[in-house]
Structure formats: structure tokens, C-alpha cells
Design a protein around this ligand. Structure first.
Ligand SMILES: [Zn+2]
Length: 280
């Protein structure tokens, strides 16, 4: 009878186990992550006086603004980062004029619903809606996704609006965050708490397989020169927290070798590929 040496058997088994574990790790890497990121046009506007965002600098100077939403197609589900101005603005022939002429006169060239439809995405495909914060140019279409889980900082959720009104419908499903959150549990999409502009402002770190890491910085800064010069708008809830959050984002960009995409920076947006094009 041929006797198989015991130690050889053990070695063979150990080898098989290592092989299996290795295969498992490879499979996880390939099956969980972001597949595509689309930039949706969620508004375009003109600011009357950009010193509103940069006290004492560029006084009286007008500037175009963009308003973006981002559709993330993750292997597990769809996610929206910001929902832009309400789709109702698209039907307004002169757009939405601000009460303060220094602020932004918004228009919405296309609805978010038409852009999602063009991509073959139904509102029910969106499992998560996360917003950088709760001004109307970011939360305008949250209720188009009544089944989606809202991901918003607890302090932002509980921060009352005009006339002490809540910022979201109480019946909308919500996860009230207290800090950062790895949305899909695989490190590919992480909400980063960046308070300052408002009490619960947040940003998003997205890791794409080919494009690399991006930070969608919401309104942590409104345009590139404010980001580069660390200028804080006078309208911000907390100046010190804004500066701390800017530094936190700068450290994150360095650590992750990431690019920053500033939501309202139209000059930057004009260099990016809009939906139906995408990043992967
Ligand atoms: Zn904004």
C-alpha cells in the first residue's frame, strides 16, 4: 500500500487553503466597488457679487456658478450625492431670482428626472441619497426618491429652517450620521464630516477604479480661488470649523492622492465630462 507522508498531506492542504483565501480576496475586490460616476447638470446661475463668498475680495464682481449632482453606480446599488435645484425651476422662464441681488440667480437647463431617465435609471434604483447640506440648491429633489435612505449629519437634520420648519419630511427614511460613514462597507464611497458652511455640512470621498480618488467637497468652498486662499464666506455658520474642515480635506487629498471637485465651480465643471459621459 502506498503511504502518503503525513507532513506532505498537511503541506498540500495548507497550500490549497492559501490558494482559496487568495482567490477569495481577488473576488471581493472585483465584485464590490464603484462602477461609474456621472455628473448631472442640476443648475446654472450667475452670482451678483462674489465677495458674498470672499469678504473684501472681488467686491461687486459677478461670476457664473454651476450646481452639480453626482450619480454613483456602485455594484450594490445606485446613490445620489446632492439633488440640486428643484426640477420645478426648469419650467421657470426667467429662473429663480434671489431676494439678495448679490446672491445667485439660478436656472435649471434640464431636470434631474430627464437626465436619470436618459441613463435608464429609475428613482427606485437609488438606494441612498446623501446631501452635502440642506440649502435649496442641494436638496431640491430629495422627495423624488421617497424610498431612498437619506444620509445626513444628525446636527444638519435637526437644524431647523426658516420659521422653525424641519428640513426634510419626517416620514422620509433617514440615517442620522454623527461623523464619517463608509456607505457600502468596502471603502469605495465615504461620507466625510466637514462642518462650517452649515452645522452638519459633509463631503464625499469616492474611489474609482480607473480615475482614482475624488473628493466631492460640496460647499466646503464655493469656487477654486476661495479653496486655494482659504476664504470663508461671511454667511457661513462657523468660520473656525470651516477652516478646520478645509484643512481636513487638504490632508485627505494628500493622503488619498485625490482630486477635489468643487460643486459650484463652473470653470472647473466646464473641464469635466457631463452625463451621459461618465468616470470609471
Ligand atoms: Zn450650494
Amino acid at each position: 500500500m502506498l503511504k502518503f507522508p503525513f507532513t506532505a498531506l498537511k503541506l498540500a492542504l495548507a497550500f490549497l487553503l492559501i490558494l482559496a483565501a487568495g482567490c477569495g480576496a481577488v473576488t471581493v475586490q472585483q465584485t464590490s466597488g464603484v462602477e461609474r460616476l456621472y455628473i448631472l447638470n442640476c443648475g446654472e446661475g450667475v452670482a451678483g457679487d462674489i465677495s458674498r463668498w470672499s469678504p473684501g475680495v472681488n467686491v461687486g464682481k459677478s461670476m457664473p456658478f454651476a450646481d452639480n449632482c453626482y450619480l454613483i453606480k456602485h455594484t450594490q446599488s445606485g446613490m445620489l450625492w446632492d439633488t440640486g435645484l428643484s426640477d420645478a425651476v426648469t419650467a421657470m422662464p426667467d429662473g429663480e431670482a434671489p431676494a439678495d441681488p448679490r446672491a445667485i440667480h439660478w436656472r435649471r437647463p434640464k431636470t434631474i428626472s430627464s437626465q436619470l431617465e436618459q441613463l435608464g435609471v429609475k428613482p427606485s434604483d437609488i438606494k441612498y441619497v446623501a446631501v452635502s447640506y440642506t440649502h435649496p440648491d442641494h436638496i431640491g429633489n430629495v422627495e423624488m426618491f421617497p424610498q431612498a435612505m437619506l444620509l445626513v449629519q444628525k446636527v444638519e437634520y435637526e437644524w431647523l429652517g426658516a420659521k422653525n420648519a424641519p428640513r426634510f419630511k419626517p416620514e422620509h427614511p433617514v440615517t442620522k450620521l454623527e461623523g464619517d460613514r463608509d456607505v457600502f462597507g468596502d471603502g469605495s464611497v465615504t461620507i466625510i464630516s466637514t462642518p462650517g458652511h452649515t452645522p452638519g455640512h459633509q463631503s464625499l470621498l469616492v474611489k474609482l477604479p480607473k480615475t482614482g480618488a475624488l473628493v466631492l467637497s460640496g460647499d466646503a468652498a464655493h469656487f477654486m480661488s476661495n479653496w486655494e486662499n482659504r476664504r470663508v464666506p461671511s454667511i457661513n455658520a462657523d468660520k473656525d470649523k470651516t477652516l478646520t474642515s478645509m484643512q481636513l480635506i487638504a490632508d485627505l487629498l494628500a493622503k488619498e492622492n485625490a482630486h477635489i471637485w468643487i460643486n459650484h465651480d463652473k470653470a472647473q465643471r466646464d473641464t469635466l465630462t457631463m452625463a451621459p459621459g461618465y468616470y470609471e
